[in-house]
Ligand binder design. Structure first.
Ligand SMILES: [Zn+2]
Length: 864
């Protein structure tokens, strides 16, 4: 058993680095198993103390201080640091190390993917490249020189703009890159190899010319076109929305097949998981096109929120991530449908972050300590971080928010900042004290807001009693109240807004700041008791608790004017109904609800993307959070019964919608994507009927499908069938796409997403399964354990075992990936006793093995 449980790093122990390094020159001689890295840094002391540099798995060849080679008695070397005891106040330090990129299976630092060099340095990869103070508050100007075999690595890329380049006589060549913007080491990037490139240009609002390039596998340049369009749209949007222009003459994106994350915002040289670059009509779904647009935007927007203004330390991670997710969500809302985007963002938040917040891995958006920094890239830091910015825009108003952002850009440019710095800008802009609002960042847990109404007809006043409670989370048994801005409207039964004193345009913002408050909403005219629409657009990331009967909720859903709340009211109704069906296995689904939901879908057909979302019942992960102990298989059966009833209600509509051809010629825009989303929803509901006829119908739809969205919808829907059509479709899909790894990832994912533990086991032994490729591992292990909870948590324990086995193997190569997969167990304590015991056994068996620091950190918290 591993005894060295990870040591915590604490926010309160932050001290500035005692040196500044104004400039660094890096010289790489690239060879897969023996790359030589020489660094030359200009160092200035700002405080007393020795010079401590981070470095892991580096072979030190030489150190020179002001030109003189240091003997071993001048420094201390450990597995993780190099300390030079006595240094002058200003000096030049030169180091010379050798690293082995081809042995780097953790994919952090410099490594090889598809025969090419690439790098990933966030959070602490740079220390695997050379000795350096590998922390975000040490910002330096980087000059990079690379040389490599020209035939194997004809293209050499790094941050900034290209400088001198040329050939050597021995078949090698070199290139220099210079980045004029000081940056922390986590933003360093290097790529070398043979690529095809899709090029374009952009002229900024300042009139500056920018050369754009998207580098991809040979023969795939055309598949980069959408990523390029998305990049240009991002550059334009950031100018128009936030007044921020790009600041270099070159912007490059490189697609990499083996990558632990979605993408990385390195200055001027973004490195992307190829899944978020490559897209063609035939091989990409609308969700892929949408994700590419959003992620290209996200990484580009980091240029201002992350790169030019970075984080002082990793505790401030949500300063760059939460803010940049907010920016990419706004970008997608402006390019596509705002209400649909909002619903999708909240679905992701509830599935990912609310679940995390309710389990043993719960932590504040700005944690006060961490065991392993790689494990902090969580739903809480990203999704909740974004929701807090959104709630801020409601709390202080959008004008003060916009003003505060400009203060932030102008006053903090070129610095490594904190949440306090950021909020000081909005205090200046709004004149409000935001110290209570900042408690949102310090406290974990999703606030629950109880809403009670009482109506006084005589005075035409609706009195609301609002109270908040934040559940206890690990290390935080008690909480203080936070300001909760609730967008509110009062409606009559026909959906007209009722006037309220002090409100404009039929809507107001009620801020619940204390544990409990009452607020009188006095109507400006006379009316019957109005209907209350609260937390419109999901203005605050809370759970709303209202005692409303099904009839009252249906009445409210019919009168609602806020699309988010229409959708959410049906989610609440469906959730209640699924639990009722679970408790009453003989009872048929409620006809009134099914009828109302069917009517809502039909009446919203003119907004097909929204109608498609209405057909989506709450998934098991969401239902999980409302019951304890939970039986996922039982929930899945109850959910299927309701879905089947909805499928029957919408059967004629599905036939009518699917009889029409899919939009042609194909365009990946929001309008067409909406139509295909509704068609895919109808494909799913056809499958919910679970008849032999449905199986034949799905097979013929699959054969006729002209785009990946619908092909995949048919495949996904057919997987649970036990028919010849199902087997044929699985086989045909594989044969058609076996040369395209991104599509085969989908093939794996839909099978385990709908299948059993046996399917997951069988597919993890498939010849195309590859432990060294994170996308492929996720397409089996994450798709099974994170989307198919009924099979993952099945009582026979096989689901837990198969994932435990994959984690153990993955951890030997790639600890960050293994730790991420382990989080799929985060809800284990909520399971019914049999599955709970099997999850605990797998976790304890894993804990008895020698695991990485990343995996040990998650295990200790999950079991703690
Ligand atoms: Zn990011």
């Amino acid at each position: 058993m591993r005894t060295d449980t990870p040591v915590s790093v604490k926010l309160e122990e932050y001290t500035p680095y005692p040196f500044e390094i104004d400039q660094v020159s890096l010289d790489f001689s690239l060879e897969p198993s023996e790359t030589r890295v020489k660094a030359r840094m200009t160092v200035r002391r700002t405080q007393p103390g020795p010079l401590v540099l981070d470095g892991v798995k580096l072979k030190l060849n030489e150190i020179r201080l002001d030109g003189k080679t240091l003997g071993p008695d001048a420094y201390d070397l450990t597995d993780e640091t190099l300390t030079i005891r006595a240094v002058p106040d200003a000096f030049v330090l030169e180091t010379d190390v050798t690293i082995n990129p081809s042995a780097n299976t953790a994919l952090s630092g410099l490594y090889i993917s598809g025969g090419r060099f690439c790098s990933q340095c966030e959070a602490t990869g740079f220390r695997h490249i050379t000795y350096w103070p590998d922390r975000p508050d040490v910002m330096s100007r980087f000059h990079v020189r690379m040389d490599a075999d020209k035939s194997k690595y004809p293209i050499l890329l790094s941050n900034g703009t290209p400088g001198e380049s040329g050939d050597h006589s021995d078949g090698r060549h070199y290139a220099e890159w210079d980045d004029p913007h000081p940056k922390p080491s986590y933003l360093f990037a290097l790529c070398a190899g043979d690529y095809d490139v899709w090029r374009d240009t952009f002229t900024t609002m300042n009139g500056d010319h920018v050369d754009l390039g998207v580098y991809v596998d040979k023969g795939q340049a055309k598949s980069a076109e959408w990523a390029m369009e998305s990049l240009k749209a991002s550059m334009k949007w950031d100018e128009e929305r936030f007044g921020r222009a790009y600041d270099l003459g070159v912007f490059n994106i490189v697609a990499v097949r083996d990558f632990n994350f979605g993408a990385m915002e390195n200055k001027g040289l973004n490195i992307f998981n190829s899944a978020y670059v490559l897209a063609s009509q035939e091989s990409a779904t609308d969700a892929d096109f949408e994700a590419i647009e959003s992620i290209v935007g996200h990484e580009y927007f980091h240029n201002w929120t992350g790169n030019r203004i970075t984080c002082r330390d990793w505790f401030q991670l949500c300063l760059k991530e939460g803010l940049t997710v907010f920016r990419d969500q706004e970008f997608s809302s402006d390019l596509r449908s705002r209400p649909v985007q909002r619903i999708k963002d909240v679905m992701r938040l509830r599935a990912r972050q609310f679940a995390e917040d309710a389990g043993p891995l719960a932590h504040p958006a700005r944690p006060s300590k961490y065991g392993s920094i790689d494990n902090l890239y969580t739903g809480t830091v990203y999704e909740k971080g974004s929701e807090l910015i959104r709630a801020l825009t409601v709390f202080i108003g959008i004008d003060a928010f916009n003003k505060g952002m400009q203060i932030y850009f102008n006053e903090y440019d070129g610095t490594a900042s904190t949440i306090e710095d950021f909020y000081s800008c909005f205090e200046k802009a709004s004149g409000k004290d935001l110290s209570q609002f900042r408690l949102w960042y310090a406290q974990a847990g999703t606030p629950e807001v109880k809403v009670e109404e009482s109506w006084d007809a005589a005075s035409s006043t609706l009195t609301l009693t609002l109270s908040q409670k934040i559940p206890a989370t690990p290390g935080q048994p008690t909480k203080q109240p936070v300001p909760i801005p609730l967008r509110t409207a009062l409606l009559d039964g026909k959906g007209a807004h009722v006037g309220v004193e002090g409100w404009e345009n039929g809507e107001g913002v009620i801020v619940l700041e204390d544990e409990k408050m009452t607020v009188d909403l006095k109507l400006t005219g006379t009316s019957d008791k109005p209907l209350l629409s609260i937390n419109r657009q999901f203005s605050a990331p809370v759970r709303i608790d209202r005692e409303l009967s099904n009839e009252a909720l249906l009445e409210l859903a019919a009168a609602e004017t806020d699309p988010f709340n229409i959708w959410d009211n049906f989610q609440t109704l469906a959730r209640t109904e699924i639990f009722r069906l679970l408790d009453n296995p003989q009872s048929p689904p409620d006809e009134a609800l099914v009828g109302a939901l069917g009517d809502a879908v039909r009446s919203n057909e003119s907004d097909p993307a929204f109608a498609a979302l209405l057909t989506a019942l709450p998934d098991i992960g969401e239902l999980f959070q409302h019951r304890e102990p939970v039986d996922p298989a039982g929930l899945n059966d109850a959910r299927k019964r309701l879905r089947k009833a909805l499928g029957e209600n919408l059967k004629a509509d599905a036939e009518r919608i699917l009889a029409k051809p899919s939009p042609a010629p194909f365009k990946p825009n929001a309008e067409q994507a909406g139509i295909r989303a509704l068609r895919s929803a109808m494909i799913g509901l056809t499958g919910a009927l679970d008849t032999a006829d449905a199986s034949r119908k799905l097979k013929s739809l699959f054969d006729a499908a002209s785009n990946m969205t619908e092909s995949l919808a048919c495949l996904r829907t057919l997987v649970p069938f036990e028919t010849a059509e199902r087997d044929e479709v699985i086989e045909t899909f594989y044969e058609t796409w076996k040369e395209n790894p991104l599509v085969i990832d989908k093939w794996f994912a839909v099978q385990v997403g709908q299948g059993t533990a046996d399917d997951a086991r069988r597919l993890s032994q498939h010849p195309d399964f590859d432990l060294s490729n994170p996308n492929r591992v996720r397409s089996v292990a994450a798709a099974f354990s994170m989307t198919n909870l009924a099979a993952f948590h099945a009582r026979d324990g096989e689901g837990h075992k198969v994932i435990g086995d994959i984690i153990l193997e993955a951890d030997k190569r790639n600890p960050a990936l293994a730790a991420r997969l382990l989080t799929s167990f985060e809800q284990w304590r909520k399971l019914e006793p049999v599955a709970k015991a099997s999850a605990e056994k797998v976790l304890k068996d894993l804990q008895s093995q020698s695991l990485s620091k990343n995996a040990s950190d998650i295990l200790a918290r999950a079991l703690g």
